[in-house]
Design a protein. Structure first.
Length: 385
């Protein structure tokens, strides 16, 4: 049996930081329940110190949801940790996620500090969080640009202080997959107590590498992945859950499994898009409008002969009813016949060829060809019969 990859959803925290995507408590509860249905293991419900509304959302989500672990974010600051702990008081399983910047940029320019002080603050924060909850996740912010040796040092110290999960964020989406994978490998090889904690990925998408980096992390030993639905998040977004889950499902050599009920992916994606007022790009992998739409003649003919000629995923697996054969000026006769058949019009040979020529003339001047257009094109054949 393969090892489990823990799915940590941060749609309600990192995802919700996107301008215009804010949700109220009621809406967040709807999302949290949908995430529970989807089968996520951990819901990062918010950053409670950030506002009374966010505090209240974490509190209410903790009451409304029972299976997933509920996680609250805090900086490595006592007050943050106390408020996070308070917001989790009704959670059946609560986790505090605390941490600090670890790259030279963050240490020098953001925190105006030095490496020794950063390690000390990290240890203090983890120990303090541990005095409230058993499950403490430590994040090493901007780990993607950190010095490996320092990263290993702070991760080791955080685990010694009681961290159950160590999160290695590529906060700025800087890494290439090989680099991110190498960071995880380095930690596995150089942190003496690494087996006492789960390593987590948390990748941003600034270079479009978030999914690839997450998978590289998993291939090198990470066993938790931090993800959002539709990949929403700061700037270019976080790693998209649907992409990671389906990549793992398609590639058995990535020897992990998740508990995600994949057939709920599409409806969850729609829900988030609607509530957050954030459209999904049509060509978005897995959940975009065109993800299972075939429009060129060669592809349409191939997919009509055998679905797997051009589809690596059965759309039903992610909750999409069926793939679509779109009629455009690039469509072939097979696609036209498919649509005519579905309208109950069976044409073959010369008749089909003739209608196809008329169809191409129409398709060159009109983007969307629908059933009405088709029926008018075949009108004379219907009249003759
Ligand atoms: O990207 C990041 O580093 C974060 C941390 C707060 C976990 O979101
Ligand atoms: Zn982030």
């Amino acid at each position: 049996m393969s090892e489990k990859l823990w799915i940590f959803d941060t749609t309600l925290r990192d995802g919700e930081q996107v301008p215009g995507c804010q949700l109220n408590t009621k809406e967040k509860i709807v999302v949290a329940k949908a995430l529970e249905e989807l089968g996520v293991d951990i819901i990062e419900a918010g950053f409670p110190i950030s506002s009374p509304g966010d505090f209240n959302s974490v509190l209410e989500i903790s009451k409304a949801v029972s299976n997933p672990i509920i996680c609250a974010l805090s900086r490595a600051v006592e007050k943050d940790i106390e408020v996070a702990a308070d917001s989790l008081k009704y959670a059946k399983k609560g986790r505090i996620h605390t941490g600090i910047g670890v790259s030279p940029y963050h240490i020098q320019y953001k925190l105006r500090s030095n490496p020794d002080d950063i390690v000390e603050r990290a240890v203090r924060a983890v120990k303090y969080a541990k005095s409230f909850v058993e499950d403490v996740e430590f994040y090493a912010e901007d780990a993607g640009r950190a010095e490996h040796e320092f990263l290993a040092r702070i991760v080791e110290a955080a685990i010694k202080a009681g961290a159950t999960v160590v999160n290695i964020p590529d906060t700025t989406g800087y890494c290439l997959p090989e680099q991110y994978g190498a960071i995880i490998r380095y930690l596995k090889e150089n942190v003496s107590n690494i087996d006492k904690a789960i390593i987590s990925t948390h990748c941003h998408n600034d270079l479009g590498m978030a999914t690839a980096n997450t998978l590289a992390g998993v291939q090198h030993g990470a066993r938790q992945a931090e993800l959002t639905i539709n990949g929403i998040g700061e700037r270019a977004g976080n790693t998209s859950m649907e992409e990671v889950v389906m990549a793992i499902k398609c590639h058995h050599d990535i020897d992990v499994h998740t508990n995600i009920r994949t057939e709920k992916i599409y409806e969850t994606s729609r829900l988030i898009s609607k509530l957050m007022n954030m459209p999904v790009q049509p060509n978005k992998a897995i959940v975009g409008r065109n993800a299972f739409a075939h429009s060129s003649g060669i592809h349409q003919d191939g997919v009509l002969k055998h679905r797997e000629n051009y589809e690596i995923i059965d759309p039903k697996e992610v909750g999409v009813h069926e793939s679509s054969i779109v009629l455009t000026a690039r469509s072939g006769r097979a696609a036209l016949k498919f649509h005519l058949d579905s309208l109950g019009v069976e044409l073959e040979g010369d008749a089909l060829r003739e209608v196809y020529e008329d169809f191409l003339l129409l398709a060159d001047s009109k983007r969307d060809i629908g059933p009405k257009d088709l029926l008018s094109l075949v009108g004379k054949y219907l009249d003759d019969s």
